[in-house]
Design a binder for this molecule. Structure first.
Ligand code: PMP
Length: 287
């Protein structure tokens, strides 16, 4: 699914076939989860591929690397050039792009700073096939006092993996995770918004990965006169709201049908989420 015999990837300054790429087994990232990464999407426009919010994504990659003591010796401009060359070499326009920075061989518990950069792309359609049935997860997001929650670190995703597995085992599509104080934080790979009384609400920064899509959606809402409030709220405040949706690079803007089997009141196409999704599609596909 992710590559075939023709797929080209970028690895430490070289363009090689995905199937020929190798890596060592003693890299610290494998053992202790200290790698940083991004998830980006490119869209086909009249002027070719456009990677949505590319600058913001690479700035976040550099921020994440810095927080984790990884010495990533690339600038945003260099990363941008590699990214577009990657798309060109693979003849892709609508694609998902995955830059991963993993560290060198080191079995000690001193953070290894030497970075390896891997970048690849594949065609990835819709993340969910339909409106999502979400449940409040018994798992909580990592405490910001324990790790850098605003950094996109590979190890943080063990929390996402167990939460989504638990939700699926219970018959749901997605898990909505609370923060350590019991307020709604975010999903396993997406931010959360709900609509009530003509206002959109989303969790403030602090206990979430502040998504680039979340920020774009807030900008689009502002442009369209839709009020957005960042505040702490509990799942009970979300029950029976007018509507709700997830935002993220992979999920884009995806409707949520229900939370804990309590359906949202309005039809999707009557909600702000639907309106913003249309705006988002237009923005993403405009050169
Ligand atoms: N929260 C988490 C935990 C995520 O993994 C993601 C995906 N990167 C998001 C939110 C959404 O972030 P973005 O819009 O930048 O993709």
């Amino acid at each position: 699914m992710y590559y075939d015999k023709n797929t080209t990837i970028y690895l430490n300054g070289q363009w090689i076939k995905a199937q020929d790429a190798t890596t060592g087994l003693y890299q610290q990232s494998f053992h202790y989860g200290n790698g940083v990464f991004e998830g980006m999407r490119s869209y086909k426009t009249s002027k070719g591929a456009k990677v949505l919010k590319i600058k913001e994504h690479f700035e976040r990659l550099l921020y994440s690397a810095d927080k984790m003591y990884i010495d990533l010796k690339y600038s945003v401009d260099e990363l941008t050039a590699i990214c577009y060359e990657l798309l060109e070499k693979n003849n892709m326009q609508d694609a998902y792009i995955r830059p991963l920075v993993y560290t060198d061989e080191n079995m000690g518990l001193q953070p290894e700073s030497k970075a390896n950069l891997f970048m690849c792309a594949w065609e990835w359609g819709k993340y969910y096939d339909q409106p999502v049935r979400a449940m409040t997860s018994p798992f909580r997001r990592p405490d910001p006092k324990s790790c850098h929650v605003e950094a996109k670190v590979t190890g943080h995703y063990t929390n996402s993996l167990i939460a989504i597995k638990d939700a699926k085992q219970k018959g749901f599509d997605e898990a909505l995770l609370l923060d350590n104080h019991g307020f709604v934080a975010e999903a396993t790979g997406a931010n959360f918004f709900f609509q009530k009384n003509d206002t959109l609400f989303t969790a403030p920064r602090g206990n979430i990965l502040p998504g680039i899509t979340r920020s774009l959606v807030m900008d689009l809402a502002k442009e369209n006169g839709i009020k957005v409030e960042e505040k702490h709220f509990t799942p009970e405040e979300v029950y029976n709201a007018d509507g709700a949706f997830f935002t993220g690079t992979a999920v884009e803007i995806n409707p949520i049908e229900s939370l804990d089997e309590k359906p949202f009141k309005k039809a999707w196409n009557e909600t702000f989420g639907h309106e913003l999704h249309q705006q988002f599609n237009h923005f993403a596909r405009t050169a």
